[in-house]
Design a protein around this ligand. Sequence first.
Ligand code: PLP
Length: 366
Amino acid sequence: MSSAAGAADQRPKVRDDVALIAGYHSPQLDVAVRLNTNEAPEGPPDAFRQRLAEAIGTIDWHRYPDRGATALRAAIARTEGVDASQTFVANGSNEVLQTLVLAYGGTGRTVLTAEPTYALHSHIARVCGTGVAAIDRNDDFSLDVERYCDEIAALRPAIVFLCSPNNPTGMVESSATVESVLRATEAVGGILVVDEAYGQFAPWSALALVSDQHPLVVTRTYSKTWSMAAARLGYLCGPSWIVEELDKVVLPYHLDAAKQAAGVIALDYLDEMRSRVASLVEERGRMSARLSAMALQQWPSGANFILFRPTAVDGDAVWQALVDRSILVRNCSSWPGLDGCLRVTLGTPEENDLFCNALDEILEVS
Ligand SMILES: *Cc1c(COP(=O)(O)O)cnc(C)c1O
């Protein structure tokens, strides 16, 4: 074989649009205090682990899993107050979003976002060959609802995204906002996706608006409030006629049997989840009060993280100084619209103290 095929200019060319995409990067550094990916600081209850181990012992490993994830969808439907036919489950809510874009996006179609927001919304659309349009949020990261609705009317996007609470700003959209955006989206034949990865931290949920009458889907995940990021499990609640299309598009048997069992058993510990969420909300208040005494700007959060911007020191420098103290937060300082910003996930009270003490020290000496 000639060696020419190994030369960079001889290699097969990736799709032109994929060549333009930057990869999704979230560094996984080996540090003592990891507050960078909005995971829960503690795992699910021991009883969950025991029951899951037993359930895994009874799996028919030589058979494909239940393709329709019937038990899991029924359990999610009971928990969220919808019909099982109005639920769709996949490997993380990112795969739920990808399936939505595969089914309703594609060539000649557009998704609309309000930036800054969760980077995966536009990233997944690009990977799926879908056009991406965006409006900028106001300076305080609130949404100019009228402008968003005007843009929807003008662009007629196939999919409109809202993220509430919004990652990485923490802001919760009001029900009036979601209803206005839904009306505008419905008027142009689009689907409104409300990403509620942090929904249980917020004072209200768009789940109450889900029905077969409106093109609204609400996505949720086991990764955050359910303390199960390792499982890669997410779902949506939405009209059954949308779910039917997603079932056509997703790969057959995409959810393995162990994951389906984990998802069902986890939901039996709803009270435990709610009490973990309540503790984190309390920690959020405590952390926010401590931050308010430091030289930084912070934004009110309805989630398990807080976005802040040091006022006198460069965001990159603060991020590095925290890493030097074995504390990892998310460095958003070079993201569009987030100049100098960092995002800290709420950890255990001890981790939060370590972070606050370190940050205080860094901002004080500089
Ligand atoms: C963390 C997060 C998700 C979760 O993704 P999974 O694939 O379910 O882990 C989805 N949306 C937002 C806004 C998030 O922050």
